[in-house]
Design a protein around this ligand. Sequence first.
Ligand code: MN
Length: 328
Amino acid sequence: MTKTMRTLDLETEFKRLEDLIVGSDTFFLAGHLNPDGDTIGSMLSIASVLKRLGKKVRLFSQDPVPENLRFLPHVKSIRSTLPKGRFDAAILLECSTPARGGALEPVLKRCGKVVNIDHHKTSEFYGDINIVEPHSSSTAEIVYRLFYNMNVNISRREATSLYTGIVTDTGRFHFPATSPRTLEVASRLLETGFKFSRINDLLYATKACEALKILGRALESLELKCGGKLAVMTLKVSDFKEFEARSEHCENVINYGMMPPGVKAAVMFREEAERVNVTFRSRGHLDVSMVAKAFGGGGHRNASGCRVKGGLPAAREKVLGVLTRLLA
Ligand SMILES: [Mn+2]
């Protein structure tokens, strides 16, 4: 009941956050574990605006910033150690619960107020202020709205960070959450004159050689099963050895499995020392989180994963059995 009322009262929450920002001097900013472009971009742009307003800001991410985002302005100000001392306010980005940010509790206890900014449906209203907007494409889009309400002129660097948040969370303006508003915000950001093409180049046309080689091997392994409805890819320990590649080099490779016309689900098996890492993708109502759960994993309806103990052939057989039944 309270939750619904608070959702309807988004404008009031924005106003309360503005007042909190004006009335506070010290801020603690944190995002979620395994941070992505939206978390990092939103955090950096808020930090930059707060600093321009004369505030003191500490940025925290328990996990390291991914390599492909290290070009973002002031990214080095994000620390992986918790700060000491008290803060007037904590702003948590994209954390459905404070625990999503890692071991934040010791610092949150030393913060006067906690602000929750998120666009996930599952976000719990744990903050003193909750700006939760599930219809927003990204947290960066919400942050843009905050700056707009505050009459902040966004700098080129801030635009770079916000754009990175929006473009990565929408899969390059591709996912269903991309709205006319999303494109309008992107357009306003582009008006600042930030290096749009260069940023896209860094995000989407830059890839480590190891990652390209591993992608090639994964594509070679592609098989279609279940009458073309299921795409299967397999990577062996020996492939990684051959190219001196690491697990991070095969991120997003699974998405290629969804490309052949008619494919409803894709699975990728990645052999590890004593187990097999399995990733799933699907479209529409087909729920691959159920398959992951059956093997002790989890995730979302259209993107999930699990780890299966034992060797590659046995793991493949077990998982493909469950998938085949799902697709039947
Ligand atoms: Mn996001």
